[in-house]
Unconditional design. Structure first.
Length: 604
């Protein structure tokens, strides 16, 4: 591959900065924008990338975007979440992939493919595009609907199914169906055994080492080191997979899955996501550049027939399993059309299949064009469906939220204050996600059985990773004033409807929180100081009624003065005047109360 020129780099960045937002504005999906821009700058467009070989070389590098996508998917595969969705994932997803693969394999045999190759092709084409389908559903606001949740579960199963499929590609070449060279079955079994042994080794080492490694890095307080460490884990596992003859995508998934229960998961996810988005975009651009459009010119009717057949078979299967699952006619149809395209894993699998002699280069090139055109057809099909069959009224009932994300509370800061809140919530079985920016604090509270995630709650990406948009409340328990204010500002700006329950260190902190629109504020030592004063007065001889009156009166006046002083809290002279007048007013009230009590005692 020749050196990439500055013009080519500019065009790649232009695809990310212009083509994808333009496609989103046109409501055809950003993935299609990337593909279109790749075709434009590729050998069949303006020719900035002049050869298919050069485009495929760029594609090989850009596959790291798929590796990072699988890494993030692995991060989300917490056992609790998988268990709560097990029926939808394995029932709905398993039925769709199984039936689709069988029908597509049968169609492949009709077109002359050998049985083993046809089965490989059927499994590849049964997988939909996770990046494409989720993005389309999100852009159309359909992720929270019944078919959106069903689609998410189905895609999750497909992602899980892709992992062993990537690892077992060599098995599809055992019979030598492609090359006719009689590839040794023993060699294929040995390759499979080596793959399984490598996977087990990575899991064992990662399970015992990764959490400790990230703990050491987090204690340094260097944010860039956390990002570098996460990327190092992904690249390191990818190198191990390559050495074992396995797909690097499998390595990315394993690395993510090993960190799914880590206390640093949210921080890692937020750090990796920008790289994943950019490189995945480059992957789709490279797919567009490497498309052999000469095949479309040579065999237009064949390719269009294959695209129509793929979409028809998958949409019919998806509609059928959707109705079997209990979706309405409209929801099942949207579900079927949204997931009817081929997926990005087909590109990866076809590349691996050619390398492992599971499929010949010619059919692989042809099917790559078919998968890409099926993606391009999906937005058109959805727009046509919306025009011909508008969404019925009343709107479809939203699918139930996941148990661990249903009405949860975000606790930012997990010191003594945040832990008390968490203990009460845990006792009442109210789910919460606790975030703390101190690695040592995370380690300390974990020693007492608490679950807290390492992450800076003042970062929008960390809050997104913690599903703050789906939270019922946000407890701001950070003790550092500036960090507390930064967090409050980010939450108010991006989640304006989320109620914030804030801890304030002092009056100035409370006033600055008021500036940000925070209404429910409790000064951290105020209530405890009032309670000890109440006990003190009783110890000095006051009755409970007298002590309660004194403390409650002080509290009422102090809170009133807090709000009265808000407008001029930056004016120190004005604050001194208010404090002096408040103290004088309180003293006069206490003197008047003492005089009234003396009169009552004199009468007695």
């Amino acid at each position: 591959m020749k050196d990439i020129s500055l013009l080519q780099v500019t065009l790649f960045l232009g695809a990310a900065a212009v083509a994808a937002p333009l496609a989103k504005w046109l409501r055809v999906g950003t993935v299609l924008g990337y593909l279109g821009s790749g075709i434009l700058i590729g050998p069949y467009g303006i020719g900035s990338v002049s050869t298919l070989y050069e485009a495929q070389s760029i594609l090989h590098f850009a596959e790291f975007g798929v590796v990072l996508l699988l890494f993030l998917i692995g991060l989300e595969l917490r056992p609790k979440r998988l268990w709560s969705m097990r029926t939808a994932i394995f029932g709905l997803g398993g039925a769709q992939v199984g039936v689709s693969a069988v029908l597509l394999a049968a169609a492949g045999m009709v077109f002359g493919l050998a049985p083993l190759t046809a089965l490989f092709v059927g499994l590849c084409l049964a997988l939909s595009s996770t990046a494409f389908a989720l993005q389309v559903m999100e852009e159309k606001g359909e992720l929270a609907t019944q078919h959106g949740r069903a689609g998410f579960a189905n895609l999750l199963f497909q992602d899980l199914a892709a992992i062993p499929l990537i690892a077992l590609v060599p098995l599809f070449a055992i019979s030598g169906a492609v090359t006719g060279a009689g590839d040794d079955g023993g060699a294929g079994l040995w390759a499979a055994a080596k793959a399984i042994g490598t996977i087990i080794g990575v899991i064992v080492v990662g399970y015992f080492a990764l959490e400790h490694a990230f703990r050491l890095v987090a204690r340094t307080g260097v944010k860039e080191a956390m990002t570098a460490s996460a990327l190092l884990v992904v690249v390191g596992v990818q190198l191990i997979m390559n050495a074992a003859g396995l797909s690097p995508s499998l390595g990315g998934f394993l690395a993510g899955a090993l960190l799914a229960e880590s206390s640093y998961r949210h921080q890692i996810e937020a750090d990796i996501q920008p790289f994943e988005g950019l490189l995945l975009g480059l992957f789709f651009v490279a797919i567009g550049m490497s498309l052999n459009l000469g095949l479309l010119i040579e065999q237009p009717l064949t390719i269009l027939a294959l695209v129509a057949g793929l979409l028809a078979i998958k949409a019919a299967v998806l509609y059928g399993v959707g109705r079997w699952w209990g979706l309405s006619d409209w929801s099942a149809r949207r579900y079927g059309l949204t997931l009817s395209q081929g997926g990005e894993f087909a590109f990866v699998l076809f590349t691996a299949g050619v390398a492992q002699n599971a499929i010949a280069q010619g059919p692989a090139d042809l099917l790559t064009v078919v998968v890409t055109l099926s993606m391009a057809a999906t937005p058109i099909l959805l727009l046509s469906d919306s025009a011909l069959f508008p969404k019925p009224e009343p709107a479809s009932t939203p699918y139930d939220d996941l148990p661990d994300h249903e009405g949860h509370v975000i606790i930012a800061g997990f010191g003594r204050f945040g832990q008390i809140v968490a203990r009460v919530l845990a006792a009442k079985r109210i789910p919460f996600t606790a975030l703390d920016a101190s690695a040592s604090q995370v380690d300390f509270v974990k020693g007492f059985g608490n679950k807290v995630y390492y992450g800076d709650a003042s970062r929008r990406d960390i809050l997104d990773a913690a599903d703050t948009g789906a939270a019922r409340a946000f407890v701001l328990a950070i003790d550092d004033v500036e960090a507390s204010l930064r967090t409050a500002q980010v939450v108010r700006e991006h989640f304006p409807d989320l109620e914030i329950y804030a801890r304030a260190r002092n009056r100035n902190h409370a006033h600055r929180l008021m500036d940000l629109g925070v209404k429910i504020i409790h000064r951290e030592t105020f209530a405890s100081a009032l309670e000890i004063t109440r006990a003190l007065l009783q110890g000095l001889g006051d009755s409970q009624r007298q002590a309660d009156w004194a403390v409650d009166t002080f509290k009422e006046l102090d809170v009133s003065r807090l709000h009265a002083g808000y407008e001029s809290y930056s004016d120190k002279e004005k604050q001194r005047e208010l404090a002096k007048s408040g103290s004088q007013e309180l003293e006069e009230m206490f003197q008047q109360d003492a005089a009234d009590r003396a009169k009552e005692q004199g009468k007695v």
